[in-house]
Design a protein around this ligand. Structure first.
Ligand SMILES: *[C@@H]1O[C@H](CO)[C@@H](O)[C@H](O)[C@H]1NC(C)=O
Ligand SMILES: *[C@@H]1O[C@H](CO)[C@@H](O)[C@H](O)[C@H]1NC(C)=O
Ligand SMILES: *[C@@H]1O[C@H](CO)[C@@H](O)[C@H](O)[C@H]1NC(C)=O
Length: 417
């Protein structure tokens, strides 16, 4: 309670006229019996209860403000009515953002234009993934309804791509053309031509949900990871599986995340088993392996949730439920820095090709790390629940986050270049 409220209470309880009898507490023995005192005590007791109930019922916002952290965001998008799972910033329009979530909706909206939003209607289950084509002309949305929908940048539906028999886990565009790749819970991966909606290939072979995947940046190969603890390397044209990476020394539990180096030579994967492995895509051989300390010493490993190669440095990074971001040196196969968080790390995003990286956490915080020094240089507060995804605007001025709290928030990152 504030000092001001205490004063008000004082006024309620101790008006001069209410003081009927003064009692010397040092006096020996019992209090002198006084009927008026009993009434005063009872009166005060009920007044106090009444006052407490009134304060608690009428002023919840004021109390929240006292407890809650500040909000560092410069824009909040509140169009969704459920948890948010996906966010994508346009690669060509620095203010255009797409978000999707548990309300079965996607939205296109603009940073700094609170009056404009375009609703992406038609999914009948959660919108789990979003991606813009590399030329910025098209947006694809994937849903747990098993559908992929293609939209123009005004939010007009161009086509609906069907085929998978289970929810869509992720979507990627070919680095050069209008081809869409999507992984499904039904163990399959689909590739379509987004311009005319034709299915180009179905990649089958995984034995469980396909949880992560991508084209190599040269567009010549596809890598996919699955709940079945394997990585598959595919020929996009023939649909053939070139390599299946499994067994020792690879993951022992389902894969959760994957990233491919900018020269298309290595894939880094993370898993529920708490380990990170780097695979040579040409040979399908594991070239580096790291297990977090907690997973190797304790019985219960903590899942790796996000991995990425650094755009400009010979590093890979991983984040997970052990609350650490680890920056790995690829040349020495050893950790450069282990960066602690207060809660689990769910997602990460490089701020362009700089040394800075953003992590999103289960407690709703976002940390900006200088990966050369291993220091947290900024913490962005505002979200009330776990961050699910992060995306960086094409002008590198804004970081957009989506959270289980039902909001998308925009933070300024122009100081981190
Ligand atoms: C879709 O477009 C591709 C390439 O432009 C073409 O080869 C294919 O025949 C088209 N499919 C349909 C169904 O129009
Ligand atoms: C991957 O393996 C192939 C075959 O052994 C080798 O020629 C190539 O150099 C390896 N790639 C890298 C980047 O080390
Ligand atoms: C990760 O951080 C925790 C503290 O949150 C620490 O106990 C643990 O050892 C760290 N993991 C590694 C691999 O250092």
């Amino acid at each position: 309670m504030t000092a001001h409220e205490d004063e008000e209470q004082g006024e309620v309880f101790f008006d001069e006229s209410d003081i009927i009898d003064e009692i010397d507490v040092d006096e020996e023995g019992c209090m002198p019996f006084c009927l008026n005192c009993v009434f005063l005590v009872i009166f005060c007791y009920f007044t106090c209860i009444f006052f407490c109930v009134w304060v608690n019922s009428d002023l919840p916002d004021a109390e929240d403000d006292i407890v809650e952290d500040s909000d560092d965001s410069i824009h909040i998008f509140t169009g969704h009515t459920g948890e948010l799972y996906a966010v994508a910033c346009s690669p060509t329009d620095p203010v255009l953002v797409a978000t999707g979530g548990g309300d079965d909706k996607g939205f296109l909206w603009k940073i700094g234009h609170a009056d404009w939003a375009s609703e992406l209607q038609g999914h009948t289950d959660s919108v789990s993934s979003l991606a813009f084509s590399h030329d910025g002309q098209l947006l694809a949305s994937g849903g747990f309804d098993g559908l992929v929908k293609v939209w123009d940048t005004s939010g007009n539906l161009k086509s609906t791509l069907e085929g998978p028999g289970g929810g869509i886990e992720w979507i990627r565009w070919h680095p050069k053309g209008h081809l869409i790749l999507a992984g499904s819970e039904d163990c399959t991966v689909w590739m379509w031509n987004a311009d005319n909606g034709s299915c180009l290939n179905v990649f089958s072979g995984h034995g469980a949900s396909v949880t992560c995947g991508d084209f190599t940046p040269d567009g010549k190969t596809i890598c996919t990871g699955s709940e079945d603890a394997t990585l598959r390397i595919w020929n996009p044209r023939s649909g053939e599986s070139i390599h299946v990476v499994r067994g020792h020394p690879y993951h022992t539990e389902g894969l959760t995340c994957l990233s491919i180096s900018s020269d298309s030579t290595f894939a880094v994967t993370g898993s529920k088993d708490g380990s990170v492995h780097v695979v040579n895509i040409t040979t399908g051989k594991v070239v580096s392996s790291w297990a977090s300390q907690t997973s190797s010493t304790e019985g219960n490993p903590e899942s790796i949730e996000c991995v990425s190669f650094a755009p400009k440095f010979p590093w890979a990074v991983s984040g997970g439920m052990d609350r650490n971001l680890t920056i790995w040196d690829l040349q020495n196969s050893s950790p450069r820095f282990i960066c602690n968080h207060e809660e689990g790390v769910t997602c990460l995003a490089w701020l362009g090709a700089s040394k800075f990286l953003a992590t999103g956490c289960c407690d709703g915080r976002i940390c900006i790390w200088n990966c050369l020094s291993g220091e947290c240089v900024e913490t962005f507060k505002g979200h009330e629940h776990a961050i699910q995804s992060l995306s960086v605007a094409s002008n590198l001025e804004f970081l957009v986050s989506v959270s289980m709290d039902g909001t998308a928030r925009v933070f300024e990152i122009r100081n981190f270049r």
